[in-house]
Design a protein around this ligand. Structure first.
Ligand SMILES: [Zn+2]
Length: 338
């Protein structure tokens, strides 16, 4: 029963591949594609085209960005839709669709509310989340979901992400990506995730990160960033996120990097040294030297010849103190055995 619900409920992998060049269709509404051809490939629009998301049965929130990737480029109808009563807006409106109904367990989608309700009753991921547990504390569980194994789940997650991140993230070629998804321990509802490109030539430890709108302001982004560094340090790699970072991404990273550098320089292993080099900091933190310099400049704690001003760091720390909550991950709950 779940399979049949899924067939009418969302795009198949084949349909998604067909939308690789989504957005080249002729526009009937006021929404225009950005002129750069490369961006057309990623379905980026310069205006929102879905007004809001109904996420599961009880959550509703607006989208942040427009994305063409859910739609048939010719008809502007949802790729999976066979409905003539699609809830789209008039041709003078900027929206192609008023409400997209998305399963909060598996991210399958529909334009018909009754289908979401029917699917919610049978979605297998509400009983068993995909992937393997890599971290499990009393509070949070992080699961690794391989794109090669859970292709449709990962594709649907990537499609959803495009409504909340303004970047060139991929959405259908998920085979060489892993997704690390955080849940409340005991729950099967994804709250935040990051993806990791397994064939990253720069050895990036994170490609894309998003906290889902209902779960923001809980520090989940910082938890996942910390986890991404934990993974790369266990691999013995000095690493960092894929660049360029989005404005929100940069804010999150500067917060994380600032705290980590302050901890190591003021409380941690390097606290007893009068002089610390950038290479020392890189080895201890697992951060790239370029990211360390960026952060120290942000903190106004670095001078000519890359001299680090520890006194300035102490001052910053007093005004931005983390009250002892330096780390969100607790090593004893890591389950990383491969
Ligand atoms: Zn589902």
């Amino acid at each position: 029963m779940a399979a049949s619900a899924g067939q009418s409920f969302t795009a198949t992998t084949h349909q998604l591949k067909g939308k690789k060049n989504g957005g080249k269709g002729k526009s009937k509404s006021s929404v225009k594609f950005k002129k750069v051809p490369e961006e057309m490939l990623y379905g980026i629009l310069n205006e929102k085209n879905i007004r809001q998301i109904q996420f599961g049965i009880d959550k509703r929130f607006p989208t942040w960005y427009g994305s063409a990737v859910y739609f048939d480029p010719e008809t502007k109808k949802l790729g999976c839709s066979d409905s003539k009563s699609q809830d789209s807006c008039g041709s003078n409106d900027q929206y192609w669709l008023d409400t997209l109904f998305v399963c909060e367990y598996c991210f399958k989608y529909t334009d018909v509310q009754a289908r979401l309700v029917a699917h919610a009753a049978v979605c297998p991921f509400q009983y068993h989340s995909p992937g393997k547990i890599k971290y499990k504390s009393p509070e949070y569980t992080i699961r690794r979901v391989k794109g090669s194994k859970y292709q449709l789940f990962c594709q649907c997650l990537c499609l959803f992400t495009k409504l909340y991140l303004d970047n060139k993230s991929m959405y259908f070629k998920v085979d060489h990506y892993e997704f690390y998804i955080v849940y409340e321990t005991g729950s099967t509802k994804p709250m935040a995730f990051f993806s990791k490109d397994l064939v990253s030539y720069q050895q990036n430890n994170l490609a894309c990160i998003l906290t889902l709108p209902p779960y923001q302001r809980r520090g989940l982004g910082l938890l996942l960033i910390e986890f991404s560094y934990k993974l790369s340090q266990l691999e013995g790699v000095i690493s960092g996120p894929e660049v360029p970072l989005s404005p929100f991404g940069l804010i999150g990273y500067l917060k994380y990097w600032s705290q980590i550098l302050c901890w190591h320089l003021i409380e941690g292993d390097l606290a007893c040294f009068d002089k610390v080099s950038l290479d020392d900091l890189s080895i201890v933190t697992g951060m790239r030297v370029s990211d360390i310099i960026l952060t120290l400049k942000h903190l106004n704690c670095i001078g000519e010849n890359n001299q680090i001003y520890l006194q300035s760091l102490s001052t910053w720390l007093k005004s931005h103190g983390t009250k002892g909550n330096w780390f969100r991950l607790q090593d004893e709950y890591l389950l990383i055995d491969d």
